[in-house]
Every structure is written in structure tokens, then in C-alpha cells.
Design a protein around this ligand. Structure first.
Ligand code: IVH
Length: 679
């Protein structure tokens, strides 16, 4: 097809113009035109490309996004390994490094390049004839993952090198980062979506690069800085100094940090370190140190490599940032799984560029180990640059009225008993079905496929239902009407109908599923089945004895404790009652163990005892009395014999009463029965 040179030229000119503006915007941080003008250019390019799809080229600025999601990343072998760096923390380690360089090179003073040590992810970008072809992670250094599609979405990475003299092959090595400002925006958006928060810009960048769908990566603002080269066939490549290589990369429109600097001798290294450390907070991205590299390439070659790192370079790392402040109080937060975490409330203090007001204390052991008391003066550190922690106590400044921390006995969110199990470092709330802090987690578990299996009631919907205070406990699910559901955003009436039907259908369940659905700590599916099998009946399980529980396979002292604690919590029992009242049911006394099939569990109070009921009991029906007796392991039969242990007699007893008298069998009234039942 003949498009005429004019169109091709117009497209080329437009692409060049847009690339130029991208460069000024994303690399130089100095836009030449307004966003609206830029958008206009971009739209024009898109329009022409739509008209002439056969003229679309891979390096067109319109082609950054659009690759379809992948199943996995394929692996890429690095022709030249991606190395790591040796570390120095103290001044004398840097002096030793410099001495080593001088001695090996037999010169008095070495010329170095000083660069920021970017706290991001190392990548290698391969260009062939000026076009970006493959991008890979560092991986283990010798092979990484092919993340080309994701890297194409990063606007600071040129899709075509800005030169008329493109090298046949050039690998650019550098770091992908998320700017601090973009990290804060991303976390705000995650918070609004109730999505998981990233701990720091590095994690956010890593999470974004690891997306199998490049469309997601494209929504995350990432940037790139070049710090070296891998393999190349490039006549233009400077062969004298590393600093000239960086300059050359900058001329090809790669971002190179402004802070890179050539200096002479060790004192200058240390001065640059101080300068960059002072700048650190103002830099738009996180750095965790400074890198020193011998600048002359012949000297680099002479020095060579040790194992996986060059001998000619070293990273001078920043120490973790610390400050001193006062511990005002220790509060206890309840996590989604009921874990009680003590949190230190601190007098606000500025550490590493942020005001810190609280720090996690993890658990009671941690507090004891660090000998922390309320009122203490403490050293605070921002580890990993984000989550603050208390490093130590300044004992000399402990006030006379400093108070010890005591883990509360009850959950601060719902008041249920808190319990620390033998195998755990944290204390947990036992009010799983009721505790507001655990609502979402508990409900998601309750509805899940292997539990009550409520189809269509997914995590997102549960979050909406709880956030809008439509449901609080699993029992509330069974009161849900179609209107309440249909009013939620993104819910069609048809799906509301389906969900209500699925909730209704879930009422017919099995005891094992129901026990599992309760979300008792340490009771998984297998244990739930074993419990259902053994007890055959929920009431018996609810009154289970700790010793008996432990005779069941799968149940040790910890699991037994969890079960007892769970049913001891009145709110949990209430929710269970409401669930049964709502119509949740299962077949009881099915598939029990042989030895308990006649409900004579040998370890229950009334095991082996046989009862006969006669007459009207003052406060309960005979059925209710029967259930109570059975719960305690007793057996109720219809006729009196010499084997009958007790006859329970109400008003107007029948002939059974007389027969009991004749056979000399124990006769109980309701009060005595209740005594026997310990009620
Ligand atoms: S040069 C030949 N320069 O640090 C040595 N690395 O510990 C190759 N890094 O995986 C690395 N900033 O991701 C070099 N200015 C910089 C760097 C830098 C950050 C990272 C890099 C590497 C790690 C090595």
C-alpha cells in the first residue's frame, strides 16, 4: 500500500515530538508544554495510527500499554551477570577500601565516581539497533525474569534511543523506583479501595513490576535511573571513564541522577557521602546509601571481581535512622485474626524525614525483652525507612512513676476473654463470631466454599455489607433481604436473588461444615470433621470436656483449649443460637464413633446412666430434659427396668413411678435432675 511519504513523515515527526516532551517531563522534570497540549499531540498520533494501523511501530509512544496479561514471566539469561556490591557502614571501612584500591593500582590518589544507591529494583534493558527489545529483572544475577511489557509502560525508559547513530546492541543497567510522592498517592488509593498497603516505595515498585498484567503496571507511576551498562556493541561507547558512560547514557535520554559526581581521594568520598546524606530527605526517591566506583575503566579491569561483586566498587550504606522520644502510653489493637498487638504511643518525634507518633511493640514478650515501661524515654528507629520501632530504653532517664505494661485479659474491641496459647507469642481475642475487629475475616471464612459454601457471597460483598453496617455477625446473613442487597453498589437484582437463594440453601449443612465455619482458632477442616464424628451433636461439643477432647485424633491441648475458650464466650454461643434459630440445621448423631453412638460417652458426667422420664416437669418439656441428659452422656429410655439408673418424675406421674418405687430405683424431681446436670 502506498501511503505517501507525507503520512510517514508526519507520524515520525509526531512521535519524535512526543518522545521529546516525554523526556522533558519524565526525565528532566521540566515540561515544555502544558498537559492539554501534550494530550492533543498524543490524540493526533492515535488518530492517524488508527487510520493507518499498518504504520504503527513498536517504538511509537502509543505502544507503551496494551500487551495482554501473561500467565508467567519467562526467564532471561544475562549474557553478562548482574552483580551485587560489597557494603561499608563505617568510615574506616571506606578508608580500607580506598587503601586497597591505591595499593592494587600503585597510585597515590584514585579518581572515583560517587552515585546515590537507589533503593529500588535492578533491571537490565536491552536495545537492538536503537529499539527497546527486552527488559529483565536481576533475578539471581545470572538469569532473571522477562518483564519487557511492564518496563515498556515506564515513561522514563525510552522505547527508542535518542540517537541517529544507534548501536547494534546496548544493555543499560539501572534501577526501577517509585517516587516517594507517587508511593503516598498509591497507598491512599489502596486504602480507599480497602486493598493492601505497601510498606515502602521499594515494595510498591516491586509489586508493580511483578504484575502479570501490564495494564496494572501502567497505572502505577514508576521511574528509572541508569547506573551502568551490560553487554554492548557500540562504537560510540566511551572506553575511558565510567562517568563518560553515564554521560553518554544521559545523551540517549536515560535518566541519570543529578547527584552523580567525580571526585579524587578518600576524603572527597566521605564528604560526598555527608552531602548526599544531608540531601537524602529532599530527594524525590529513597536511597539507602552511596556507591563509590573507581572511575577509570582500565583501572576497573585491572581490579577485576570477587565472587559476585566488582572489586572496584563499594556501597557505603546509611545507618538506620534513630531518634529519642517519650513513650506516652501502650495501647492494644485487635487485628483481623483477633491478635492483640500492643502499640506504643509516642511523643511526636522527627525521624528520617517523617514525624513518628507510634510504633508496633509486636507482643508482650518483646516488651519484656526490651524492658520497656510506660513513661520511659526510648530510642526509636525507622527500619526499612517506614515502619518505626523501639530499639531500646534510656534506663538512666526512667521516671519514678514509670508503669509496667500488662496485657489486658479481655479484648479491647469486644470484651471477650483474650487467651495466649502455648504455641503462640501473641494473645488473641476468643470472641471470633462477634468481635467487631474480626467481623470481616470471620464472615469471609464462614461463607467460604469449604465452610457454609454460600455461592456469590464473595469477599468484596462481605466488606460492603459490614462497612454499611448491614450485617455484624454471620447470623445476620440469614436476615438479609433482596432489597438490602440490591441497594448495594454494583449489585443487580438478579445477583441479589441468587445470593439470597444461596444463603437459604446454605442452611442445610453438615455438622462438620458448621463447626469449621465457626472459625475456632486451630480448628481446621480435618479437626472439624473429627469433632463432628466424635460428638455427632453440637451441644455435646459445646459442653465438651478438655480431657475427652484430647482423646480425639488431631486434638492436642492447644486445640482443646481453643475449643473450650470459644464456646465459653457467651457472645459466640449467642450467635450460634441465632444461627440455629434462623434455620441453619444438620443431621445430628450421624456418623458418630461406634463407642459414642449410643451417646454414652464414657467421660461425660452421665455416661453409662439410663433415665426414664414420667409426668409433667415444672419448667421444661420432657424433650428438653431428654436433650440435656443426652448432652451429658446419659441415655433416656421409655420403660423402667432394674437397669434404669434414675426415674425423673414430674406432676401426675404414670405407672413408671410405681414401678421405680417397687424396684428401688432412684427417683429425681426436676430440681434434683438439674443438680445432677450441674445446672
Ligand atoms: S552498580 C557492578 N550503582 O545495588 C555493580 N548499583 O548491591 C553493579 N544499586 O543490585 C551495581 N544504586 O540494584 C550500582 N548507583 C548504583 C546503584 C546500584 C543501587 C543496587 C543495584 C544492585 C545493588 C548491589
Amino acid at each position: 500500500m502506498n501511503h505517501g511519504n507525507k503520512i510517514i513523515q508526519q507520524l515520525q515527526a509526531l512521535r519524535q515530538q512526543i518522545d521529546q516532551h516525554n523526556y522533558h517531563y519524565y526525565v528532566q522534570d521540566n515540561p515544555l508544554i502544558s498537559d492539554a497540549e501534550y494530550d492533543q499531540l498524543f490524540c493526533k498520533l492515535q488518530q492517524i495510527e488508527q487510520q493507518y494501523p499498518e504504520l504503527v511501530t513498536a517504538d511509537s509512544p502509543t505502544q507503551r500499554v496494551g500487551a495482554s496479561p501473561q500467565k508467567t514471566f519467562s526467564s532471561v539469561n544475562h549474557q553478562l551477570p548482574m552483580l551485587s556490591l560489597g557494603n561499608a557502614f563505617a568510615t574506616d571501612e571506606v578508608e580500607t577500601f580506598d587503601k586497597r584500591m591505591r595499593e592494587a593500582l600503585t597510585i597515590d590518589s584514585v579518581e572515583y565516581m560517587v552515585e546515590p544507591k537507589f533503593d529500588g529494583l535492578a533491571v537490565s534493558l536491552r536495545y537492538e539497533d536503537g529499539l527497546f527489545m527486552t527488559g529483565a529483572t536481576r533475578g539471581d544475577g545470572s538469569s532473571g525474569e522477562d518483564i519487557t511489557h511492564n518496563l515498556r509502560t515506564i515513561k522514563a525508559i525510552p522505547l527508542r534511543l535518542a540517537t541517529d547513530n544507534a548501536p547494534p546492541v546496548l544493555e543499560v543497567r539501572g534501577e526501577v523506583l517509585m517516587l516517594k510522592a507517587d508511593f503516598i498517592k498509591l497507598n491512599q488509593a489502596q486504602l480507599e479501595k480497602d486493598d493492601k498497603l505497601f510498606a515502602n516505595p521499594r515494595n510498591a515498585a516491586a509489586g508493580s513490576l511483578r504484575q502479570l498484567n501490564p495494564a496494572i503496571t501502567a497505572t502505577r507511576r514508576l521511574t528509572f535511573f541508569a547506573y551502568g551498562v551490560g553487554v554492548f556493541e557500540d562504537a560510540q561507547m566511551p572506553s575511558d571513564k565510567h562517568s563518560n558512560i553515564l554521560q553518554y547514557l544521559a545523551s540517549l535520554h536515560f535518566p541519570v541522577a543529578h547527584e552523580c559526581k567525580v571526585v579524587n581521594g578518600v576524603q572527597a568520598l566521605l564528604n560526598s557521602y555527608d552531602d548526599i546524606a544531608t540531601l537524602r530527605q529532599q530527594l524525590p526517591y529513597d536511597i539507602d546509601g552511596v556507591v563509590y566506583k573507581v572511575n577509570a575503566l582500565t583501572q576497573q579491569q585491572q581490579l577485576g571481581f570477587v565472587a559476585r561483586a566488582p572489586r572496584f566498587a563499594i556501597a557505603h550504606k546509611f545507618p538506620a535512622q534513630q531518634a529519642i522520644t517519650e513513650l506516652l502510653a501502650i495501647e492494644v489493637q485487635v487485628g483481623r485474626t483477633g491478635a492483640l498487638t500492643p502499640v506504643a504511643r509516642l511523643k511526636p518525634v522527627f525521624v528520617g524525614g517523617v514525624t513518628v507518633t507510634n510504633a508496633s511493640l509486636h507482643n508482650a514478650d518483646e516488651i519484656n525483652r526490651k524492658k520497656i515501661m510506660i513513661g520511659d524515654t526510648v530510642v526509636v528507629r525507622r527500619a526499612g525507612d517506614v515502619i518505626p520501632e523501639i530499639v531500646s530504653v534510656v534506663m538512666a532517664q526512667r521516671p519514678a512513676n514509670a508503669e509496667s505494661f500488662v496485657m489486658p485479659e479481655n479484648c479491647p474491641a469486644c470484651g471477650a476473654k483474650a487467651r495466649r496459647l502455648l504455641n503462640e507469642t501473641v494473645a488473641r481475642c476468643t470472641g471470633g463470631l462477634f468481635c467487631p475487629a474480626q467481623q470481616k475475616q470471620a464472615m469471609m471464612h464462614f461463607a467460604s466454599r469449604r465452610a457454609m459454601d454460600i455461592e456469590g457471597l464473595g469477599d468484596k460483598l462481605i466488606i460492603q455489607l459490614i462497612d454499611n453496617a448491614i450485617v455484624k455477625t454471620p447470623a445476620d446473613l440469614y436476615k438479609l433481604g433482596i432489597t438490602a442487597l440490591a441497594n448495594l453498589s454494583r449489585m443487580a437484582e438478579k445477583s441479589a436473588n441468587n445470593i439470597v437463594a444461596a444463603i437459604e440453601a446454605s442452611k442445610n449443612t453438615t455438622l462438620a461444615r458448621f463447626i469449621y465455619a465457626l472459625g475456632i482458632r486451630n480448628v481446621g477442616e480435618t479437626t472439624a470433621k473429627a469433632l463432628a464424628q466424635h460428638y455427632g451433636n453440637l451441644d455435646r461439643l459445646m459442653h465438651a470436656d478438655k480431657e475427652v477432647l484430647q482423646q480425639i485424633s488431631d486434638v492436642g491441648p492447644i486445640v482443646a483449649r481453643s475449643i473450650i475458650d470459644f464456646f465459653a464466650e457467651p457472645h459466640n454461643r449467642e450467635v450460634i443460637e441465632q444461627l440455629r434459630y434462623a434455620g441453619v440445621h444438620w443431621q445430628e448423631d450421624q456418623g458418630q464413633d461406634q463407642n459414642t453412638a449410643d451417646s454414652t460417652d464414657k467421660n461425660l458426667t452421665l455416661s453409662g446412666k439410663t433415665f426414664v422420664l414420667t409426668g409433667t416437669l415444672p419448667s421444661m418439656t420432657r424433650e428438653a430434659a431428654k436433650a440435656k441428659i443426652e448432652t451429658q452422656g446419659g441415655k433416656v429410655t421409655g420403660s423402667v427396668s432394674s437397669k434404669t439408673s434414675y426415674v425423673v418424675a414430674g406432676n401426675d406421674p404414670g405407672s413408671k413411678y410405681n414401678k421405680a418405687l417397687k424396684l428401688g430405683i432412684n427417683i429425681l424431681d426436676e430440681a434434683k435432675l438439674l443438680q445432677l446436670l450441674h445446672e
